[in-house]
Design a protein around this ligand. Structure first.
Ligand code: SAM
Ligand code: SF4
Length: 498
């Protein structure tokens, strides 16, 4: 035991590289200026409502807002103006992403962790949790269920921070996921995009991760408020280093990963401060690397087994504020994908998606090994927190289709090199949208044939017919090719995309 601890400590000692933080400073300073953020919120406390419309027009032109503009929106309390903001947020989403929504599943690989985050069920000191790291064979079994029975094409793989789940482990598990061909009714299912949520890594480790073929690399700052950060991430842990985490995405870009995801765990500090910080982070990435975050996540603090902090926080975000913060993020960073997860219950998801969300998970299980061993999820002891929505992918897709959304299983973008700056430019000028529309139809047809219940198939086909009619009208030249591909898919051909 003592030897084991020494090994873990040795591994931890070499992790944080000060040179890979400070090199990104501007004149010795970090890009999150705590005082300016607090000041921007204070100075705009009674916003001039006349200015709001100008700001909304800037969002509609798909331009990232400044801190001051975002602060004005955050301080709006007038009901009519709030309603107008929600309508424009919806329009912005439609302009960039149309009526598409992307679905994915989280796959938790390990819950061993050297950190002690007060809010997390996996924290080191929580002795009520059963610890486990999936073997490659177990990863394969999980993917067989996800890709073969449910029909997912995208995963976000999640790792605790521990020598047993270091970058070599991440890389081998990701390669294993891509290898799996799972038998389905008509052919085989496969995971075509693996996004990663893991601890901050060095540039050298990120290069290894990039080579394994990942999609987006996500690290949530949890809270940008440095004082709160120190409180919830106890001293002596790797995660207690605020700046090491803050510059994760800078290192990712330098390592060649250009799809990055940022996020906040809402409920740790004042949500307005966190939204402004997310915008600062987005602007910093845009100015340094020419491209903002591919996605923004906004998990809310959920209860977790033997984790009293989750009940005690003074900064819990109400449903009303949660919808407002989603609206403001959509308006402030118009091109970013926005992820709402099954932490939220079905009703909140129904209300939040039209405000600008672009991705959501379904059939979600967050216990280690819980897709192939259903018992693992029920005991709560392998979960990081409790879920609000456990509906199946089939149910979620049916509801989305009945509300006018097409679920896209398209993963063509990153497989064709349309990532980072390239995809952001295409999104801003509407070009990517056209390709996405075609690929959404093709991949949705594939999913309906392989996995949908009869009821969902009916709802899905109504949307597909509407989409095909629009494509015929707006892209007449390419329409015959779309129909040709569509027929091939109906006859059993798979993985066709533009
Ligand atoms: N260990 C890595 C890390 O912390 O970066 C991997 C991700 S962690 C397993 C995934 C995310 O879950 C965290 O970044 C945090 O935002 C979120 N999370 C942790 N505890 C939570 C809770 N009680 N409720 C909701 N989300 C939580
Ligand atoms: Fe570990 Fe991540 Fe949980 Fe913190 S949030 S205890 S780093 S798994």
């Amino acid at each position: 035991m003592l030897e084991q601890n020494l090994e873990v400590n040795k591994w931890m000692n070499n992790k944080i590289r000060v040179d890979q933080i400070e090199k990104y400073f501007d004149q010795g300073k970090c890009f999150i200026d705590q005082q300016s953020i607090a000041d921007a919120l204070g100075e705009t406390r009674n916003p001039d409502l006349g200015k709001v419309e100008d700001i909304l027009q800037k969002s509609l032109a798909i331009k990232t807002l400044t801190l001051k503009e975002t602060a004005i929106l955050l301080n709006v309390t007038d009901e009519d103006t709030l309603q107008r903001m929600k309508e424009v947020a919806s329009q912005v989403k439609r302009k960039v992403y149309d009526n598409r929504i992307v679905t994915f599943a989280p796959l938790y690989m390990s819950n061993l962790c050297v950190n002690n985050c007060l809010y997390c069920g996996f924290r080191r000191d929580n002795s009520d949790v059963q610890r486990r790291v999936l073997s490659l064979d177990e990863v394969k079994k999980e993917v067989e269920v996800l890709a073969g029975q449910i029909g997912h094409k995208r995963l976000i793989v999640v790792y605790g921070e521990h020598p047993q789940s270091d970058v070599e482990y991440m890389s081998s598990t990701i390669k294993e996921i891509y290898k799996v061909r799972a038998k389905t009714k008509k052919g085989y299912g496969q995971i075509r995009r693996v996004n990663v949520n893991a601890a901050p890594l060095s540039i050298e480790d990120l290069k290894i991760l990039q080579k394994s073929g990942i999609g987006t690399y996500q690290v949530f700052q949890e809270t940008y408020h440095s004082k709160t950060y120190q409180t919830v991430h106890p001293k002596g842990t790797l995660k207690s280093d605020y700046l090491w985490r803050l510059y994760s995405m800078h290192r990712a870009f330098e390592a060649g990963i250009d799809d990055v995801g940022i996020g906040v765990l809402f409920g740790l500090y004042d949500w307005r401060f966190e939204v402004l910080s997310l915008v600062s982070h987005s602007r910093e990435l845009e100015s340094k690397f020419g491209v903002g975050p591919h996605t923004i996540s906004f998990p809310r603090l959920e209860p977790a087994a033997s984790t009293p902090f989750t009940q005690e926080s003074n900064y819990k975000v109400s449903d009303q504020d949660f919808k407002k913060l989603i609206t403001v993020i959509r308006l402030a960073v118009p091109h970013a994908g926005m992820i709402i997860t099954a932490r939220e219950n079905a009703q909140i998801r129904r209300e939040a998606i039209p405000l600008g969300c672009t991705q959501t998970d379904a059939s979600t299980r967050i216990g280690i090994g819980a897709y192939s061993d259903r018992y693992a999820d029920q005991e709560g002891q392998r979960q990081q927190f409790y879920l609000g929505d456990t509906r199946s992918l089939d149910e979620v897709i049916r509801e989305l289709a009945n509300s006018g959304y097409i679920t896209s299983f398209c993963t063509a973008g990153y497989r064709c090199g349309r990532t980072g700056k390239c995809i952001m430019e295409l999104l801003k000028n509407g070009e990517e949208g056209k390709l996405c529309k075609l690929n959404a139809v093709l991949t949705f047809r594939e999913w309906l044939d392989d996995f949908a219940s009869d009821e969902t198939k009916t709802a899905g086909e109504a949307i597909i017919n509407k989409e095909l009619a629009e494509i015929k009208l707006s892209m007449p030249k390419i329409y015959p090719k779309v129909i040709e591909h569509y027929r091939s898919i109906e006859q059993g051909k798979r993985d066709i995309y533009f």
